[in-house]
Design a protein around this ligand. Structure first.
Ligand code: SF4
Length: 189
């Protein structure tokens, strides 16, 4: 496993990080991946959405949130009133776990320097954690309450809401999600 520090990755900039991710073999997921899924959206965003792990469509295309869950995310972004320059989308881990299983803790930890370096470079005001896997990467086992923001190091605000994929089969959660968004609009407006 390569030893990478976050500060070294940050010094390499977006292109350097992308190259490191493409060449990475730091966890077993590199053996089965088709395309690494790195990011989409603005490089100077107010809001960064952090998803879980790439799924089948993402693995095939290398684009985050490009399937049905992506449509739900787009709907959420519209509802939040954000435009293309306002946000970026990244994943907790960059390679798809086989059969869409949940990422292992060891995989989340192996990929964490990339996530942290991406966040440092993007430097958002708000980080929206889409579900529990993203929370695991940011909160070291501590639980955030759904929709209750937390300021970290006086630097940025973390907010956990439902993963867009969870809304596909639980339509009743859409209204709940909208309420979580409504009560936090001041964070990005
Ligand atoms: S998931 Fe992350 S740590 Fe694992 S091989 Fe892919 S880029 Fe490397």
């Amino acid at each position: 496993m390569a030893i990478r520090t976050v500060s070294e990755l940050v010094k390499q900039g977006f292109e350097g990080i992308e190259k490191e991710i493409v060449e990475c073999t730091d966890c077993q997921l590199h053996e089965t991946v088709t395309n690494r899924v790195i990011s989409k959206g603005s490089r100077n965003p107010r809001v960064v959405f952090v998803g879980e792990a790439p799924g089948k469509n993402e693995d095939e295309t290398g684009i985050p949130f490009c399937g049905r869950a992506g449509k739900n995310l787009d709907g959420m972004i519209d509802y939040m009133g954000l435009s293309g320059d306002d946000y970026a989308v990244i994943n907790t881990i960059k390679c798809r776990p086989p059969k869409n299983r949940n990422p292992l803790k060891s995989e989340i930890n192996a990929c964490k320097p990339f996530l942290q370096a991406q966040i440092e470079l993007l430097d958002p005001k708000v980080i929206i954690l889409l579900g529990n896997t993203a929370e695991k990467a940011f909160c070291d086992g501590e639980k955030l309450e759904w929709g209750v923001p937390r300021i970290v190091n006086g630097k940025y605000t973390l907010l956990k809401i439902y993963h867009p994929a969870a809304l596909i089969y639980q339509r009743s959660r859409i209204e709940e999600q909208n309420n979580l968004i409504d009560s936090n609009r001041h964070l990005w407006e």
